[in-house]
Write a protein that binds this ligand. Sequence first.
Ligand SMILES: [Zn+2]
Length: 510
Amino acid sequence: MLSPRDLEKFSRKLGKMLGSGIPLVASLELLAREDADSEISKALEKVVSKLKEGYTFSSCLAMYPGIFTEVYVAMVKASELQGRLDHGMIEIADGCADGTIEPGNGSDEIDETVMSPDEENLKIIKMLNQIISDAVKEKMNRVVCKPERDHVKLLVASGNHLEHRETFDKGTYDRLTARVKLMSALDIGERQLPQDGRILVKVESEMVDIRVQLVPTVFGEQIMLFFSRPDEKMPALERIFTDKAQKEMFERLVQNQKSGLIVFAGPHGSGKTTTLDVATAQLNDGSRVIFEIGRIYKSPAGISCIQVRPHIGMTMVNSIRTAVRSEPEVMVIEDFCEEEVALECFKAANEGILVLTQMGARNTSEVFKQIFNLKVPPFLVYGGIAAVMFQVLARKLCPHCRKEVEFTTDDLFSMGLSDMKPGKYSDSCGCDKCNNSGYLGREAFYEIIVPDKNLKEAIIKGDNNEISLALESIQGTRLETRIRNYAENGHTSPREAARIRAILSLQAPV
Ligand SMILES: [Zn+2]
């Protein structure tokens, strides 16, 4: 027979674990392992499996009236509804200590009838499973639930275009949100702060990794699910780098660099994240401790991921500090746009850690401008920066609808391509095969900047003009010229070359 003291200890420990941010299922599994022979531990195994099916914690406990009385279960249920299970468990523990809550009569009866979930709950579980499996089968990469004044819209996207699928009433949506939070180990009670989590599920034998983002809006919490498939192979280096010299330079850079910061930069949609992933995969050969911070949705085997959870104090900055304390060889930082984050990254880079990060920028000198805008002291940039890898994507002409078009001096001049000779160039009009865009496939152009003496001197002065000049002398053939050659050789159209040049030459807002 269970003593009140045992019940108190269980409740208090669970409350403390939840309060420190350990998800419910993980907390219960740890508690069950701690004292495997106790009556509570024996019950916990089944409780955990039922929880994973989507039942609420209180209804799982109700299965064991011999341990958990009706009063106990009612109190758990109340704190679940308030979203403060951690506080609730501590209050229950206090109740056990002063004798207001007692353990059950000790019978080993299991009451499965309480487990027939209310219809509504089952409906929600089915609904979310359906949304996820539909999205996977249709190869969607994003699902967004957008709360509006009176209802919530479900939108799905395979590319950039969002398509409206369904509309929920607010009551159903609240329960759906709770279910998403439960599955992604997030705080069910938190509705005011953004939360990031993750769901790993198997849909028809395919592992799917779903990054979950909850963003509070005026009309309620917006759910965003981003799908990726960990089983999918990384794109091979050969496919990313068609230029052999660039591929070798990239490999040398990643393999030989022991410390310092490498920034993967490029305009929006330039594929810098893919390149960062490839670099991380190259480093992940089992010989290094690698921490990924804030990029939990990728997390390949061999890499330790730290989930950023600001609501329990694990901000980006704190996560980086935690990682640095365990002296890893490599840190991969999801994003770099806060002053404190940038500072911590450069400190770590100066302390012998190889730090990889990404940044949206329209050219290499803008990368340095942004670093200084984030108030990183020049001496830390000087000692910390190992390389900037800048990239841009050019669309390739569709081979099915390509044609030769005459471009006059005026045409080229008005497109900002006055350095191209007038004459016939390849262009396209669009067809069925290329979705009427005129382009099929893309080619990446890279610029790898490893600071030389000149650039380092300009950095320590913190002088943006001198940095731009020093960069020009390292760059060699400029990206603008390479893109022009690409159009001249008929791989892409002058229009595409002009579009990319415009992106590269745009100045960042000061
Ligand atoms: Zn075409």
